[in-house]
Design a protein around this ligand. Structure first.
Ligand code: SAH
Ligand code: SF4
Length: 357
């Protein structure tokens, strides 16, 4: 059994660990600074702690629950890490440097049970939820490898963040309170779990919320995303509208474009109608290649342009995802947590029931 990790505990919880010491409050702040502010991985690096305390802690805890199984760097300087906790289950996180900022893409689950038909993670099945420490641990392990500070976090790695609500929320609180990131720079991308979107809205935190919409038509979305049978388009969009109202934050609609499947003019027209009348933006993501039963393909640049023009002609704010890390399988939807040899493969999505009832 591995000892529990400090990553995942906030300053108050670290203080509780040190409860019998007179200087617990002060030491807890120091430790939290090393763990979250400096992203250290060993107790020896906590230089201003007495050696006796470092040794005592090392006997009871590890700093981070995460070990790096492999690392890949793409030609466009994206780093993808495959990490694990010694239990044979691997998950992925990605460092995304841009000229003006550094962002990272974190996983919230090992695999994903939602079964979207275009997604490598969904096609690979589901193992388990990640704990808050395992989520923040991904940020810290990436920060350690980044020369610049990572100021933005997106939950667009493996898994559906709102299916793991409590741990993802605790991770965001830790990133805010202990690491010092702004909630405005945290993006939760969801498949559209309506009760959880409403629950998140109630917290009134300025977290950026993105809905993976991918079609304004229920019959198309049903085929792409099984969740749509439980919460159809109108309900998902209604929940986003309520979220926008409650938090005052502009919301985003992610729109994956698959050639001949959801990229028609009729779809653009209906999408524009659906998102009219409240602050939002539509983010177009041309399909990243994943082998699917249906043989999905990326539309040509011309088709993407035409779809975009139809939206813009109707007053929609459109952005286009600049995909990074293609050559190392780090682009959106490509994360599948495959590691040659050493780790067990997870169960297949077809053996699971989608937990949305
Ligand atoms: N589960 C959440 C967040 C993780 S997926 C969600 O689905 O929103 C992050 C984004 O990648 C989602 O918008 C998802 O639809 C998109 N995606 C999945 N597979 C993709 C693929 N093959 N190409 C491009 N984007 C993909
Ligand atoms: Fe899960 Fe998101 Fe992939 Fe759907 S797109 S299977 S919700 S990770």
């Amino acid at each position: 059994m591995r000892p529990p990790s400090l990553v995942g505990l906030d300053t108050t919880e670290i203080r509780a660990v040190l409860a019998d010491r007179a200087d617990a409050a002060w030491r807890a702040r120091q430790i939290a600074h090393w763990v979250y502010g400096k992203a250290v991985e060993t107790f020896d690096e906590m230089r201003d702690l007495p050696v006796a305390l470092r040794n005592e802690l090392a006997g009871r805890f590890c700093v981070s629950p995460i070990e790096v199984a492999s690392q890949a760097r793409s030609t466009d300087e994206v780093d993808k890490l495959l990490v694990h906790n010694g239990d044979g289950q691997v998950y992925e996180c990605v460092l995304l440097p841009y000229p003006d900022r550094v962002s990272c893409c974190l996983s919230s689950q090992v695999g994903c049970p939602m079964g979207c038909t275009f997604c490598a993670t969904g096609l690979g099945g589901f193992d388990r939820n990640l704990e808050a420490g395992e989520i923040v641990g991904q940020y810290l392990v990436l920060q350690r490898r980044s020369e610049r500070r990572i100021g933005h976090v997106v939950f667009m790695g493996m898994g559906e963040p709102l299916l793991n609500f409590d741990h993802v929320l605790k991770a965001m609180r830790l990133l805010h309170d202990e690491v010092g990131l702004s909630y405005r720079h945290m993006t939760v991308s969801t498949v559209g779990l309506v009760p959880q979107i409403r629950q998140l809205a109630e917290l009134e935190l300025p977290i950026h919320l993105a809905l993976s919409l991918h079609s304004p038509f229920d019959e198309v979305r049903n085929r792409l995303m099984p969740v749509n049978r439980r919460w159809p388009v109108a309900q998902a969009v209604g929940a986003m509208r309520a979220y926008q109202k409650k938090t005052g934050r502009k919301v985003t609609f992610e729109y994956l474009l698959i050639d001949g499947v959801n990229d028609t003019r009729a779809e653009a027209v209906e999408l524009a109608r659906l998102v009219r009348g409240f602050p939002n933006v539509v983010n177009l993501i041309p399909f990243n290649h994943v082998n699917t039963e249906q043989g999905f393909r990326r539309p040509t640049a011309e088709r993407v342009r035409a779809f975009r023009s139809e939206l813009e002609a109707r007053g929609v704010n459109v952005t286009e995802r600049v995909e990074r890390g293609h050559d190392i399988g780090a682009a959106c939807g490509q994360l599948a947590g495959r590691h040659p040899g050493r780790f067990a493969r997870r169960s297949r999505a077809s053996e699971l029931t989608v937990p949305v009832s």
